[in-house]
Design a protein around this ligand. Structure first.
Ligand SMILES: [Zn+2]
Length: 402
């Protein structure tokens, strides 16, 4: 029976076996949408960073926030005054200097690593057009340009590399994409002193042409939720053009994909410390990185919501730290570099700190996490294992490993 299953599933087994298995578990905290905002955000960010500082890994490095940065917001007054209807933006350091300074402090202390999210979290051309037409969908922006936040836009309008003003969404033109990405890369480096080697697209909407431009602008690591969406259909539903991405796989242009596998978004009400902890343990059992997704809005709303989110994150990191002794806090670009190449030191390029490379599992030590990857990913294979009795030896291997 074993011979038949091995022969039938040989390519899958081979591919899964050749993936990277970590002996030291990388733990990432990925937080989207940091950027211009209310002054309050600076204080909240600093408190969040103080909490991270109290959690240390096996090499005494503090937990680090990969802050996915939105570099600018629309300059609504300028857009409205422009007779040509062009888009205008205000940069993070101009519009929210205290938030920018809080970020720089976090970078210096090594508890924040910035990563490009987008030049803005909307489509500039579409936004300017809606302004000219005084479209009701941007009523809030026109009523109070100073206080308004892009997070209040309806979801299709928050995409950056697509135009979602009419559904189905349309990808932006090549010319527009080239200009946006080149400018974002330049501004990011000016603001943070080093290029963004990694990125995550606003609303997880991007395509292969965008990846090529990222690659031409030094972006060698792409953060995902395990799939790529190139647009939204007539009803607004997401369309996946890559439906299954594994951490460590390479894009068409050689970029390393990362995958978020732990959701901790308490403000949404769908996830909590317990569910996030269970997902983290599942990743650990498979010798995978633990990538926690926790958006800015969990920390920037009411004081009660903030305290709840912060205490929960603290509990989650404590629980992970208690269960996993060989854990390493990393940022996304660092994990990308570790996946791309074995035995190179971990380098935080933003403050020049360095640590030992991440240890990997090899040979027979990979067997238990390999079996668990198959178990979690392939239900039909699991059924076959039960029917054939192969589940018993496989279960014993997993039970008596770490
Ligand atoms: Zn976002």
């Amino acid at each position: 029976m074993l011979t038949v299953v091995c022969a039938w599933k040989s390519p899958l087994f081979k591919q899964t076996w050749q993936e990277v298995y970590f002996a030291e578990t990388p733990v990432l905290i990925e937080s989207d949408d940091w950027g211009p905002g209310a002054t309050l955000h600076a204080q909240r960010l600093l408190q969040l960073l103080v909490c991270l500082e109290t959690h240390k890994d096996s090499v005494a490095r503090a937990a680090v926030l990969t802050a996915d940065i939105v570099l600018s917001v629309p300059d609504i007054d300028k857009i409205m005054a422009d007779p040509d209807g062009a888009y205008h933006r205000k940069l993070l350091n101009e519009v929210s200097p205290s938030i920018y300074q809080a970020m720089l402090l976090g970078i210096k202390q090594g508890v924040l690593v910035p990563q490009l999210h987008g030049l803005e979290h909307l489509n500039g051309e579409a936004f300017a057009r809606l302004c000219q037409h005084k479209d009701p969908r941007i009523e809030g922006a026109l009523a109070d340009a100073q206080q308004w936040c892009w997070e209040t836009l309806e979801s299709p309008l928050q995409g950056h590399y697509v135009d979602g003003s009419v559904l189905p969404t349309q990808p932006i033109s090549q010319e527009q994409a080239e200009a946006l990405i080149a400018l974002a890369a330049r501004r990011f480096t000016e603001l943070f002193g080093y290029p963004s080697l990694s990125t995550v697209a606003p609303c997880y909407l991007w395509n292969s042409a965008i990846e090529k431009l990222w690659q031409e602008n030094e972006i060698s690591v792409i953060q995902t939720a395990g799939y790529r969406c190139d647009g939204r259909d007539k009803q607004g539903a997401y369309h996946q053009d890559l439906s299954l991405i594994r951490a460590g796989e390479l894009s068409e242009f050689g970029q390393v994909y990362l995958v978020r596998n732990v959701m901790y978004e308490p403000v949404d009400g769908h996830t909590n410390v317990h569910s996030a902890y269970q997902a983290a343990l599942s990743a650990y059992a498979q010798a995978l990185p633990i990538s926690i997704s926790t958006h800015r809005y969990n920390y920037t709303r009411t004081e009660e919501e903030f305290q709840n989110a912060l205490q929960g994150l603290d509990q989650l990191l404590t629980a992970i730290g208690t269960s996993i002794t060989a854990l390493r806090f990393l940022s996304s670009p660092e994990l990308g570099e570790q996946l791309a190449q074995e035995s190179v030191g971990v380098v935080n390029h933003f403050n020049d700190s360095q640590w030992l490379p991440l240890k990997r599992l090899s040979g027979i030590k990979k067997l238990a996490p390999f079996l668990r990857r198959l178990y979690y990913r392939h239900p039909k294979l699991v059924l076959l294992a039960y029917l054939s009795g192969l589940i018993i030896p496989a279960g014993l291997v997993c039970r008596y490993s770490r």
